[in-house]
Write a protein that binds this ligand. Structure first.
Ligand code: FAD
Ligand code: 2HG
Ligand code: ZN
Length: 471
């Protein structure tokens, strides 16, 4: 093994192969649901170095776990506990390679932090719309590998829709130069979209060409209170009708989720949360003008109040007020983490079925476990709920998970399938859902996925055990 480590050191330099010291930030899942042990943490600085590292690993049949910001929600980016895997950190590959203004594209290395990409685009007068609560730490490579969603999907799509080209180091160490900025290219199988969403199981994304948009002339944000999910869905329908493509965010937050933000971040002043079971955060982005946007937006809120869809609402009067509202939404995850462990379900459903799903699942869970607390929030505009379940008050969260996680997952996922949904909307599969997926995914689709994995990673060295196992 020493010879192998020496080889890696010769490729990336001694400062970039870590075997000793505190490697917790690479080896532990941020939610502290799992901790692994890497043979080494290797941090290449160029695509060529990635290629050589993969070739060296392949020769020794050492498996590789790619890692960006290690913000995975599904335990997908840490090594297992055998001490035999190379943790490949892409964080040093953080250069913006080019901006092509006329083509509305930007090419960046995969270790670029999402926020850095957003800021760089903005400095040039453009918008890169992908937005997640983790944007200060997650990387473009991680975003594409998980096909991340976030809060602007209703208008701009998931990470997949924002990417035109990729540079990839394959599982055999070849470099695929697919960094195109073309919006049309029908020359065969869509390789880019195989790698996007593959969670590091097929190859390493080293760079990407991303779509840019003009910065909107105005953004308007409102926070509304509704009595039922059905009303939230009606508000969404009205927003689509009255705002058209200007609708850029539609987030739903249950009362219990907001109570956690209120408890752990009291300085955030959560509005209207005590009034009704749900609040909605709504955003419109307009390319015309502030006055046009405001007129349209106020018209929508007026109509929603008149039709008694919403009970009450506030419209942000300044950029800082809008930011403060978004901060509340983005901090639900951290408020939950501060409260303790919880059972996360990142699910998607047809919007038309969400109300029935929530009514039925809420009552099944509370019948099964008296006092169980449901942290329900998410990207309602995309039909994506974070339907998380927390221990009854006073019950230790770890003990609760040990006792009920499996049963609650079965209950929730069975209902998701009953309502024609998916058990992973935006976070991916990782290790956390790999066994569950077998029970819920179409068997033919799973067989095709296995064939793709075998074809692209014949020696199963790329993030083995994630997404699909039992090859
Ligand atoms: P990592 O966690 O490091 O890795 C994720 C997966 O991608 C792993 O399987 C890893 O092996 C693989 N990978 C990483 N980089 C590469 C690469 N270059 N090549 C190949 N494979 C690679 N997710 C959403 O979709 N929407 C949200 O709204 C959202 N909000 C979040 C809020 C918070 C507070 C937190 C902590 C997380 C949130 N997430 C969200 C989850 C997470 O941030 C995303 O999944 C993100 O895309 C992961 O990026 P990362 O760089 O941290 O990847
Ligand atoms: C979000 O939308 C993230 O804030 C995290 O996807 C969801 O904490 C969660 O369950
Ligand atoms: Zn989310």
């Amino acid at each position: 093994m020493n010879e192998f480590l020496n080889k890696l050191t010769a490729i990336v330099g001694p400062a970039h192969v870590q075997t000793n010291g505190d490697l917790t930030k690479f080896e532990e899942d941020w939610r502290k649901r799992a901790k692994g042990k890497a043979l080494a943490v290797v941090s290449p600085g160029t695509t060529e170095e990635v290629s050589l590292v993969i070739k060296a690993c392949l020769q020794e049949r050492v498996s590789i776990v790619p890692q960006g910001g290690n913000t995975s929600m599904v335990v997908g980016s840490i090594p297992n506990n055998t001490g035999t895997q190379v943790l490949l950190s892409l964080q040093r590959m953080n250069k913006v390679r080019a901006i092509d203004a006329a083509n509305l594209t930007m090419s960046v290395e995969s270790g670029c932090v999402l926020q850095q990409v957003q800021q760089c685009a903005e400095k040039e007068g453009y918008l890169f719309p992908l937005s997640l609560g983790s944007q200060g730490s997650c990387t473009i490579g991680g975003n594409l590998s998980t096909n991340a969603g976030g809060t602007q999907v209703v208008r701009y799509g998931n990470a997949r829709e924002l990417c035109l080209g990729l540079e990839v180091v394959t599982a055999t160490g070849e470099i695929w130069h697919g960094l195109t900025g073309l919006r049309k290219d029908n020359t065969g199988y869509d390789l880019k979209n195989l790698y996007i969403g593959s969670e590091g199981t097929l190859g390493i994304i080293t760079a990407a060409t991303l779509k840019l948009y003009p910065l909107p002339a105005a953004k308007l944000t409102a926070w509304a209170s509704v009595k039922t999910i059905q009303q939230a869905v009606e508000l969404l329908g009205l927003a689509h009708k009255m705002l058209g493509p200007a609708l850029s965010g539609f987030e739903m937050m249950g009362q219990f989720a907001l109570s956690l933000v209120n408890k752990h971040f009291p300085q955030m002043n959560v509005p209207l949360w005590r009034e009704n079971p749900y609040c909605i955060l709504l955003e419109a982005s307009d390319n015309e003008s502030e006055s046009h946007a405001r007129e349209q937006f106020e018209g929508l809120m007026q109509k929603a109040i008149e039709s008694e869809i919403i009970s009450d609402a506030v419209i942000a009067e300044s950029l800082s007020q809008a930011k403060a509202l978004w901060l509340i939404r983005e901090n639900i995850t951290m408020a939950q983490a501060t409260e303790g462990l919880n059972i996360k379900h990142d699910i998607s459903l047809p919007v038309s079925k969400i109300a029935a799903f929530v009514d039925e699942t809420d009552s099944k869970i509370t019948q099964k476990i008296q006092g169980a607390q449901i942290v329900n929030f998410g990207h309602l505009g995309d039909g994506n709920l974070h339907y998380n379940v927390q221990a009854p008050q006073g019950v230790d969260s770890k003990t609760f998970l040990q006792k009920y996680e499996h049963d609650i997952n079965t209950l929730v996922y069975d209902n998701v399938i009953k309502y024609a949904g998916s058990i992973s909307a935006e976070h991916g599969v990782g290790s956390l859902k790999v066994d569950t997926l077998k029970d819920y995914k179409d068997p033919t689709a799973l067989a095709l996925m296995r064939s793709i994995k075998k074809a692209l990673d014949p020696h199963n060295i790329m993030n083995p055990g994630r997404v699909i196992n039992e090859l």
